[in-house]
Design a protein around this ligand. Structure first.
Ligand SMILES: [Zn+2]
Length: 200
């Protein structure tokens, strides 16, 4: 970082630079953009960041990010609570729900099984899913983990844990590009993958 920059400017550039997908150049551009904006604009951004950290919690049922507990999906009477779609990250819910194909509820694992990277079974919300299935009138669990090596390993692990319960377990159909994250799949591909899901 250039020493000719005032300390607060250098600090904001450094903070922006920690964000995913933001390189040094973009961090500088964002910082100087904000410097040109009225103080109220910067205040709105700062407040939005504080609010999201203070007000967003995990749904106690599905572990989705939410301002309420239970979340909008778990609380909805119009959704099919006998069908649970299991995803790796909250963003995946956005992708699937955007298609309008799925009317059930969700379960967020918060990651994928990856011992090489230190993510073990207990780091994921698998036990909570098993407990949900054990308690409720769940008829089908759809494994919608990513089409990656880790996503496949995760689906396999969840299936193993659910097997003793005898619940129907399905997996999204092939068609999602191999090695891809669900959140980047287009609506058409996702809809086909959901409709073509198979026993797993
Ligand atoms: Zn929920």
């Amino acid at each position: 970082m250039s020493q000719t920059l005032a300390e607060p400017i250098a600090r904001l550039i450094e903070e922006f630079g920690k964000l995913p997908g933001v390189g040094p150049k973009t961090a500088q551009r964002l910082t100087f953009y904000l410097l040109r904006q009225p103080a109220e604009e910067a205040q709105l951004l700062a407040q939005a960041i504080v609010d999201v950290k203070e007000q967003i919690i995990l749904c106690g049922v599905c572990f989705n990010l939410s301002a309420t507990d239970p979340c909008q999906f778990c609380a909805a009477a119009g959704r099919d609570h006998a069908q649970i779609c299991v995803v790796e990250e909250p963003l995946d819910i956005l992708a699937i729900d955007r298609t309008g194909t799925f009317k059930g509820v969700y379960h967020v694992l918060h990651g994928s099984f990856s011992p090489m990277e230190g993510v073990l079974e207990d780091d994921l919300r698998i036990r909570e899913l098993v407990e949900r299935v054990r308690q409720g009138a769940v008829e089908e669990v759809i494994l919608a983990t990513n089409a990656t090596v880790e996503g496949e390993a995760t689906a396999n692990l969840v299936r193993l844990r659910l097997r003793p319960l005898g619940v129907r377990v399905t997996r999204l159909a092939q068609g999602l590009p191999i090695g891809s994250d669900l959140e980047y799949a287009d609506d058409y591909t996702l809809t086909r993958a959901l409709e073509g899901r198979r026993e797993y």
